[in-house]
Design a protein around this ligand. Structure first.
Ligand code: CA
Length: 219
């Protein structure tokens, strides 16, 4: 299935066949998740590989993920982290994260991942209250779209200068560009994109990879 929105199928197949280096464990997780009716919530494999590259590029050690689902993105990041790297993984679903945990274990990275089963804003507030602002290298936001701005503001505080936030689904299958679409999530993403466009605290890039991936580098 073509996960990079707008790319012709033949080119997408070429891109995967000539550049995807998906470890067997990630492939297995993708196959298991495909059986779930919510499988579309999983990030694209080429996006996972790209995020792993970003993590290596900025020499990240301390990461936060908002929205774990069955663990594909956290596993990509965990595999790219050094042995003493850490991810705080936020989600509210026990069922989905049980699948994630099984794969983290099998991949030998479970010790790098600190799963927090709670509304993410509570976890983020707790981290800020523990004086962890300015200590994170990388954040990935991929959860309920209505809270994106709130997640972003907390992550920006938690990040060090030069730290990177990646935000998923910012093109929302193109719905953000349809003026007549007033669905709650579309409106939230449109406002989010507009806010970041004018945010002078970051360097910005919105990439048309998968369903749109925004990168915000903290200045
Ligand atoms: Ca997503």
């Amino acid at each position: 299935m073509n996960k990079t929105f707008g790319l012709p199928d033949a080119i997408y197949r070429y891109l995967l066949s000539e550049s995807l280096r998906e470890p067997e464990i990630l492939h297995k997780l993708r196959e298991e998740t495909a059986k779930d009716p919510m499988a579309r919530m999983q990030i694209a494999p080429e996006q996972g590989q790209f995020m792993a590259l970003l993590v290596q590029l900025i020499c990240a050690k301390k990461c936060i993920e908002i929205g774990v689902f069955t663990g594909y993105s956290s596993l990509c990041v965990a595999l790219a982290l050094p042995f003493d790297g850490k991810i705080i993984a936020c989600d509210v679903s026990k069922d989905w994260t049980q699948i994630a945990r099984r794969y983290w274990q099998e991949a030998g990275v479970v010790q790098k991942i600190d799963l927090r089963l709670a509304p993410a804003l509570k976890t983020l507030d707790a981290l800020l209250a523990e004086n962890q602002a300015g200590t994170f290298d990388f954040a990935f936001i991929d959860a309920d779209k209505e809270n994106y701005l709130a997640y972003y503001e907390c992550c920006l505080k938690l990040l060090r200068r030069g730290g990177l936030i990646a935000i998923d689904n910012t093109l929302w299958s193109g719905r953000v560009a349809e003026p007549d679409n007033h669905e709650t999530e579309t409106v939230a993403l449109r406002e989010f994109n507009s806010k970041l466009h004018h945010d002078q605290r970051i360097t910005l890039s919105l990439l048309p990879i998968a369903d749109g991936l925004t990168l915000a580098l903290k200045l």
